[in-house]
Design a protein around this ligand. Structure first.
Ligand code: PHE
Length: 378
């Protein structure tokens, strides 16, 4: 576990400031221990290598234009994370089921978009923000409650679009697509690409960029033309801007052939020694794959049951030994009681697990699921 006083983006934070026994706090120790690790700032780590590879694209094509931030504090206000980027009051992402709340007004950022308005207000017009982001979620090989994003924002003024003969929104959208297609080619080579219409509260129009890679269409990023309202509240009314956000793990997993998202957190030399600064896309050679062990568990759920809560209890006990939690059976009986059966896959990325160890974990899981979630085991 990380030391109990952290320095995050120049701000000192004690463990008690973040993890508390308080009904408006849902941050567990397992998440606190990830604060400050900043995998994206390690130049020998696949996430740092990818960040630097994206920087290289912007530095080459837009010399000295984009200001880079990779050390902004992940503890932000509800206003920064949601209100400033126009996330509606009833949007699911605001719920305690989806977001980690430090208290009712403070969260662990769930996206790097939390910094858009603040940086615009500080006068920045071209910037990249890389950071760790936090989301409550279910467990499988591509989802982990902490991951990393990079945000990009570019603001244009009337002299930019007036000469083009386009309206400001079309001008920004065209520039956005051109810039991001170039980025995708820089990372993936000559791939086929397509633009999909999307929805984000902070952009309009909004798009997702997909590339055809290894036989299927894969989402690379979300983006769009920034809502005027954000520019307005940030003191930049007479301008138009684009923004994008991309998940570093998703891209690094395909670029480096990394099969499980937990590996990014591994300190095993057999993982860490395979990557070095500037070596983009060197393929990871898996060390032998240890066998998984499956345990099933069935219980009657109650009205407040959610899969995210279940996964957090399980992760709190077995940490990175959990590979996947999947719902394998679900039925409602004549009395209206609903039963769920979950299959838990235990597997270490680094060693074989013993039967004894897994049985002990599973026993604790059963006990805590029953006690903390108030479900009835079957
Ligand atoms: N914040 C969005 C997400 O996390 C990504 C995004 C950023 C989309 C900027 C559009 C513009 O999914």
């Amino acid at each position: 576990v990380a030391s109990s006083v952290l320095e995050l983006g120049g701000i000192k934070i004690a463990k008690d400031d973040v993890v508390r026994d308080d009904p408006t706090n849902n941050v567990p120790d397992t998440i606190f221990s990830k604060l400050g690790l900043q995998l994206h700032r390690r130049n020998n780590h696949p996430l740092g290598i990818l960040k630097n590879g994206i920087y290289e694209y912007f530095d080459t094509n837009f010399p000295n234009m984009f200001h880079k931030f990779d050390d902004l504090c992940p503890v932000v206000s509800v206003k920064q994370n949601f209100d400033d980027v126009l996330v509606p009051a009833d949007h699911v992402s605001r719920s305690y089921n989806d977001t980690y709340y430090v208290d009712s007004q403070t969260v662990l950022r769930c996206h790097t978009s939390a910094h858009q308005a603040e940086l615009l207000r500080r006068g920045h017009t071209h910037f990249l923000v890389t950071g760790d982001v936090y989301r409550r979620d279910s467990i499988d090989s591509t989802h982990y409650p902490v991951f990393h994003q990079m945000e990009g924002v570019r603001v244009f003024t009337p002299d930019n679009w007036e000469a083009s003969g386009l309206d400001p929104t079309s001008y920004a959208a065209e520039d956005l697509k051109k810039s991001l297609e170039g980025l995708a080619r820089h990372l993936f080579g000559a791939v086929e690409m397509r633009w999909i219409d999307a929805y984000f509260p902070f952009t309009n129009p909004s798009y997702e960029l997909e590339i055809y890679f290894q036989g299927k269409w894969m989402e690379v990023l979300g983006c769009g033309v920034m809502e005027q309202e954000i520019l307005k509240i940030s003191g930049r009314s007479n301008s138009v801007a684009w923004a994008f956000g991309l998940g570093l793990e998703r891209l690094a997993m395909v670029l480096f052939d990394i099969p499980d998202i937990r590996l990014f957190w591994s300190t095993d030399e057999r993982f860490t020694s395979q990557f070095s600064e500037g070596q983009m896309g060197v393929k990871f050679k898996p060390f032998s794959k240890y066998p998984p062990c499956y345990k099933d568990m069935s219980f009657w759920i109650n009205d407040s049951f959610t899969e995210n809560n279940l996964c957090e209890v399980i992760r709190g006990i077995a940490g990175d030994l959990i590979e996947e939690v999947s719902l394998i059976d679900n039925f409602t009986n004549k009395k209206g009681m609903t039963s769920h059966c979950y299959r838990i896959a235990y597997r270490s990325m680094e060693r074989s697990l013993t039967d004894e160890e897994i049985n002990d974990l599973q026993w604790q899981v059963r006990e805590q699921v029953q006690n903390k979630l108030n479900v009835v085991l079957r």
